[in-house]
Design a protein around this ligand. Structure first.
Ligand SMILES: CC(C)(COP(=O)(O)OP(=O)(O)OC[C@H]1O[C@@H](n2cnc3c(N)ncnc32)[C@H](O)[C@@H]1OP(=O)(O)O)[C@@H](O)C(=O)NCCC(=O)NCCS
Length: 179
């Protein structure tokens, strides 16, 4: 069992090619993608290419699989994207692909682990993210992790027949250290 960072409910570990079937299932699932920017069908070839790209792009994208500790099952992905080593910032992305694991604290723990890694191992200064305005669960989860709203891009996305606002949130290392 490969463990990169260990929590009390989850482990963070590298994504493997053997994870591709699960990834294909999740990125095509309507209930999951309604909260994400994905709107196209994704096949095995697309996901294999993505997994392959992770090995080549580690200076800008660091992605982990989220594994439940108890069942030792991959339940989602989390990553630091568009890492900017000059401004020392990155954009966080996450999804829990297995529906029965949502709303039970797994996302919060995975995010807290990645924040710690970003600030204490990658030496980042700021983590940003964006979330669709109707995604109440994600907004609550991010706030619990210490993210604060910076601003709104009005009608930045088109979802389910409507234009929706995109909320930008961030956390600074200096504020996280105080918590
Ligand atoms: C967003 C996501 C990562 C959060 O992870 P999670 O494990 O489900 O979240 P947590 O259980 O740690 O925290 C969610 C909080 O929101 C609450 N919540 C759940 N559903 C809610 C809802 N409909 N409205 C408001 N709050 C809600 C939970 O009760 C919990 O708060 P609490 O700990 O105070 O009780 C996960 O739900 C997910 O992947 N969703 C689908 C994809 C997605 O939205 N990705 C993020 C895109 S920006």
């Amino acid at each position: 069992m490969v463990i990169f960072r260990k929590g009390s409910k989850i482990n963070l570990r590298p994504i493997e090619k053997s994870d591709v079937p699960k990834l294909v299932e999740w990125v095509n699932d309507e209930e999951t993608t309604r909260y994400l920017s994905i709107y196209l069908p994704m096949n095995t070839f697309d996901e294999e290419n993505w997994v392959e790209s992770l090995s080549k792009n580690k200076s800008t994208d660091i992605v982990f699989g989220i594994e439940s500790l108890k069942e030792k099952e991959l339940i989602g992905n989390i990553g630091l994207h568009q890492i900017n080593s000059v401004a020392r910032k990155a954009n966080l992305g996450i999804f829990i692909g297995e529906e029965e694991y949502r709303g039970k604290g797994y996302g919060t723990e995975a995010i807290k682990k990645v924040i710690e890694y970003a600030f204490l191992s990658v030496n980042l200064r700021k983590i940003t993210l964006s979330v669709l305005s109707f995604n109440e669960r994600a907004k609550k989860c991010y706030k619990k992790c210490g993210f604060q709203v910076e601003g709104v891009f009005k009608e930045g996305f088109f979802k389910e027949g409507e234009y929706v606002d995109e909320i930008f949130m961030s956390i600074f290392r200096k504020d996280w250290q105080k918590q």
